[in-house]
Design a binder for this molecule. Sequence first.
Ligand code: SAH
Ligand code: SF4
Length: 341
Amino acid sequence: MMTDLYGLARAELGATLSRAGFADVHAGRVWGYLYRGFERDFGAMRELPPRLIDWLRENATLCELGVARETAADDGLTTKSLLALSDGREIEAVRMQIGERTTACLSSQVGCALGCVFCATGQMGFERNLTAGEIVAQALHVARAARANGSRLRNVVVMGMGEPLLNYDAVMTALDVLRDPAGLAIGFKQITVSTVGVAPGIVRMADEGRPYSLAVSLHAADQTERAALLPVARTWPLDVLLDACRYYAAKTGRRIFFEWTVIAGRNDALEQADELATLLAGLPAHVNLIPLNATTGFDGAAGEAAALDAFQARLRAHGLPATVRRTRGEQIAAACGQLAV
Ligand code: SAH
Ligand code: SF4
């Protein structure tokens, strides 16, 4: 069987090559070629013994994502790539460049089963989980483009298509690869895992000692209203979710980001800001306000900037840090919740 090397964490690559009779120093060289050189051609890995190159050709692959379409916005600093998987399915990855720092927004699943009413990915339904190699390959696609633009992949957000904590093992293996200091070396803090609120996954990350930046998509501070927007909220209600968040914050020492997609007339009233502040009291929290991006399947609007600013000011008045995330890439539907094939 051929092994996709992108799907192996550093220790797993070492073990795989060791079983084939190669010393760990060679695994280290392969790793450098893959994640420092972005090399895809085993034959070009000249520092490897010829015997290892032959072994790789016979036993290993490197997940290949075809570029089906690439669209640019913000003067080329944001690009959305529609990437083809080996089974013909397609996913999206987004590159956002700010000078020497580039952020990659990665998908974790093809589609999503959770059906949040305003999300384009949810509107398309669930097709399948991505493999760890397919997630790493997205990051490499962005890292290569960054390098070609004189920038470097420094931040990763798992906020593309899908719910990362429902594809836990593949996502965590992929993030282990991206963190490895001898490779892309992206730190825990520079990697954000965004979840709709899969409480058991949050607890598991804490127990496994994975202090990633955690973003929890909240959108409502009231259980009934939240369940109307995010059907999955019935499975993990607000009190269960908040308990998991407190546990994560205590175990990891990290502040938690709460995402609030602002929908005019639905969750932008000042009383709702008060409710949110009460809900998060005592938690090291930061609220990200995201104006709703248009999707065809949901009839709602982002509302006026003034309402957003007032909501933000109200949170701050409660001592709750809050920022408004102005949209990048909306013209090319690369903004939050607009990813659908
Ligand atoms: N499944 C994960 C990660 C992918 S969605 C999650 O739900 O968190 C990434 C973010 O985009 C989430 O915060 C989600 O609520 C938000 N989002 C979805 N649809 C949106 C839309 N139409 N406008 C703005 N944000 C949206
Ligand atoms: Fe899935 Fe996240 Fe979209 Fe909800 S917002 S449908 S969890 S991708």
